[in-house]
Ligand binder design. Structure first.
Ligand SMILES: NC(=O)c1ccc[n+]([C@@H]2O[C@H](COP(=O)([O-])OP(=O)(O)OC[C@H]3O[C@@H](n4cnc5c(N)ncnc54)[C@H](O)[C@@H]3O)[C@@H](O)[C@H]2O)c1
Length: 310
């Protein structure tokens, strides 16, 4: 990340609604938007935490019949849609709720955005690719999700493509790798760091052979803010473009801080065994590339975690 991001000047005076603004990515996004003169409205079904109070907030479910009125009252030029049911195990136990929020909710946000004539940026996930035949996955790789969460997010992507074609809704769908950084407690990196700081064994499913494409939360918010300033781009992968095994991740953390020996378990049903994203479109069309490598990101996260637990 540079000290003066290129998007800062271009966002001056812009009017932006962020759904799911009080989640992990939304909270980071708001901090960065606070450095601009953009007029931001936070929309979430939960209340703001004290450090988010400075930003105007509407407590609203994206499935509420009042959604369009709430969004229209802000006169946005851009809606960044982050609100979602994001927990994969919860999607397995409660698939109907997952589909309700992630599919019906996204359709409602698309309708509201089209009604007010704004553009839409959507947060999708590499879980929509399922178990790809070859890596890295490009934006042309067929969507073949294997979890209800992947299914609902893939359906939302298809619906947004339909809105783009049939309602001329300007949509950019950012397909994110595994996001990590402060405020992402479900992420495996955060769980490993918590295990390290509490001297408890981290659990390595699939004996650590599973691979993921990790991307730092600052790079993710950088991608969203850059995408606010470009024409609609369709689907764009946002990741590091690097495949890291969970075992290598654990070894890296062990090198940075004393860590209890891990506990190994077999693979979990529904786990995607390997993931790596091709980020050529992000670099060529969006002019975006990741700035935080895994070692730096984890070192910073460890530093923050140690400071807050001291
Ligand atoms: N964190 C990741 O690793 C990751 C990876 C790929 C994609 N994504 C996507 O990025 C987006 C943001 O992820 P996050 O990690 O910040 O998630 P999060 O779970 O931290 O935040 C989601 C936010 O959405 C809100 N929300 C949920 N249901 C809602 C509803 N019905 N109406 C209004 N608000 C609602 C929640 O209150 C929460 O504040 C999600 O769409 C997620 O699918 C995240």
């Amino acid at each position: 990340m540079t000290d003066t991001p290129h998007w800062a000047a271009q966002l001056a005076g812009r009017r932006i609604v962020v759904t799911g603004a009080h989640g992990a990515i939304g909270t980071h996004l708001l901090h960065r938007l606070a450095t601009t003169t953009a007029h931001v409205l936070c929309l979430d079904r939960v209340s703001a935490t004290p450090r988010q109070h400075a930003v105007p907030t509407v407590r609203c479910d994206i499935r509420s019949p009042h959604l369009t009125d709430v969004i229209a009252a802000h006169h946005p030029d851009t809606v960044i849609h982050l609100a979602a049911q994001t927990h994969v195990p919860a999607s397995v136990t409660h698939p109907r709720h997952d589909a309700d929020v992630n599919i019906q909710g996204t359709i409602a946000v698309a309708e509201a955005t089209a009604t007010v004539g704004a553009r839409l940026l959507f947060a999708a996930t590499c879980a929509i690719y399922g178990v790809p035949e070859r890596l890295p996955v490009t934006e042309n790789t067929p969507l073949a999700p294997i979890s209800p969460y992947g299914l609902s997010k893939a359906s939302a992507v298809h619906y947004l493509d339909w809105f783009a074609t049939h309602h001329h809704l300007p949509v950019t769908t950012l397909i994110l790798g595994n996001v990590y950084g402060t405020g992402t407690p479900h992420a495996v990196i955060d769980r490993f760091i918590t295990a390290a700081t509490t001297n408890t064994p981290a659990v390595l499913h699939n004996h650590g052979h599973t691979t993921r494409d990790f991307i730092h939360i600052n790079d993710v918010t950088d991608a969203f803010l850059t995408a606010c300033t470009t024409p609609p781009l369709g689907h764009v992968n946002i990741a590091s473009g690097t495949e890291t095994s969970i075992r290598d991740l654990h070894t890296l953390i062990t090198h940075l801080t004393p860590t209890a020996p891990p506990q190994e378990t077999p693979t979990r049903p529904g786990d995607i065994p390997r993931m790596k994203l091709d980020i050529t479109r992000a670099t060529t069309l969006l002019g975006w590339h990741p700035h935080t490598d895994l070692t730096t990101g984890i070192t910073n996260l460890l530093h923050t975690t140690t400071q807050t637990t001291e």
